[in-house]
Ligand binder design. Structure first.
Ligand SMILES: [Mg+2]
Length: 384
């Protein structure tokens, strides 16, 4: 019998950096958040691990404040530097499950902070073994994933339709319209997009938890004739009974987003039949390590899975692409590479993820197949 290959088993992590980065949008981005403003940029935190043999791994999380946010970019950097770095440094990058367990013990359910550390461990392990992360996760079941175009709120219906046309001309066939601040404008917007793009595209709406139950039911009834695929998180995070009542109403299928963070929160959605589909995100759900627990539970409960994301760079988009690649079951066209399709003014990796005709291609290189662009990091880091 041939002896097994050694696969760098003696490698040790020698440093963990938490790098806060601010990326500008080309055009300010607006959803139904508490501040109700259009934002000119988004903040992320990149974690970079280095080993004693010179290998590097990178992971990304979001610091996008919205309903349910308790952390901003500085809190996340502090949690990672102060509490996680001492746990990770000195360990083997292949001890992913044990390290994640230790992170959760020191800062319970700190999913946004844990995500970039776990994902950097996956990236590093893949790079050390010379295989893509999708191989570590069980092997590639697909080469690309269809992406949803997430339309930021616009000043009027014409501007929204123009934005939708910009995406359609580039191959997108799935659209999300943000709602929840002005019901009359929401109806006008959805109607305008449906009329211009026709019935061959799918449209879903998302209020990011921004409506009361009464307002949501009233608005969704008005939107029902437009043949929407989903209404995403119409009511706040905590209102699972409200989500369940909307699901029971049945006029538009209900997707849970903000209400699903931990595996326990998904279990509660399942118990109450609060949604028929869910959306996961790298930051919100704690990265690959935890999302891999959510999808099988959703599948077992008959809940559709949409890979989503907050506004991200190509690093978190690639992490999600590898997760999708290794998932053999069906997936709903998602916004998991949100803002990598030309909406952000710049990228922080050498070769951004490839988005073509509304499809995101799974990178081929080892790990996530991404390398940081040092000049860009220098330019956009917040603590430089
Ligand atoms: Mg959403």
């Amino acid at each position: 019998m041939r002896p097994p290959r050694t696969h760098n088993k003696g490698v040790t992590i020698t440093s963990l950096e938490a790098i806060p980065v601010r990326i500008p949008f080309k055009v300010p981005y607006k959803i139904a958040t508490a501040d109700q403003t259009a934002r000119p940029y988004f903040d992320v935190v990149i974690v970079r691990l280095k080993t004693d043999d010179g290998a590097e791994g990178i992971g990304e999380t979001q610091a996008w404040r919205r309903q349910g946010s308790v952390e901003d970019v500085r809190n996340l950097v502090n949690s990672i530097r102060e509490y996680f770095a001492p746990i990770v440094v000195g360990r083997s990058p292949f001890d992913i499950a044990a390290i994640m367990n230790d992170l959760n013990k020191v800062l319970y359910q700190s999913l946004y902070a844990q995500a970039p550390v776990g994902d950097a461990l996956y990236d590093l392990s893949g790079k050390l073994l010379g295989v893509p992360v999708s191989t570590l996760l069980g092997g590639k079941c697909r080469e690309s994933i269809r992406q949803l175009a997430c339309l930021s709120m616009q000043p009027d219906a014409k501007a929204l339709v123009d934005l939708a046309e910009w995406y359609r001309a580039r191959g997108f066939r799935h659209f999300e319209v943000k709602i929840g601040l002005d019901a009359e404008a929401d109806v006008r917007n959805v109607q305008a997009v449906r009329e211009r793009l026709g019935d061959e595209v799918s449209i879903q709406v998302d209020s990011n938890g921004g409506m009361t139950f009464d307002a949501a039911l009233r608005l969704l009834k008005k939107l029902e004739p437009f043949g929407l695929k989903f209404a995403e998180q119409p009511v706040p995070i905590w209102d699972l009974d409200g989500l369940a009542a909307l699901t029971a109403w049945g006029g538009i299928p209900i997707m849970a987003d903000e209400s699903v963070s931990t595996i326990q929160s998904l279990l509660e959605v399942v118990r109450r039949r609060a949604a028929t589909s869910l959306q996961t995100k790298i930051g919100k759900n704690g990265g690959i390590h935890y999302i891999r627990q959510l999808w099988p539970l959703a599948q077992a409960a008959g809940i559709g899975i949409m890979p989503g994301n907050h506004p991200v760079t190509s690093i978190a988009a690639a992490a999600t692409a590898h997760l999708c690649a290794a998932w053999p079951g069906p997936l709903i066209e998602g916004c998991f590479a949100e803002n990598t399709a030309g909406e952000q003014a710049d990228e922080i990796v050498e070769q951004p993820i490839v988005v073509k005709n509304g499809e995101v291609f799974v990178p081929d290189g080892p790990g996530f197949g991404m390398a940081l662009d040092e000049a860009k990091i220098k330019r956009y880091r917040l603590d430089a």
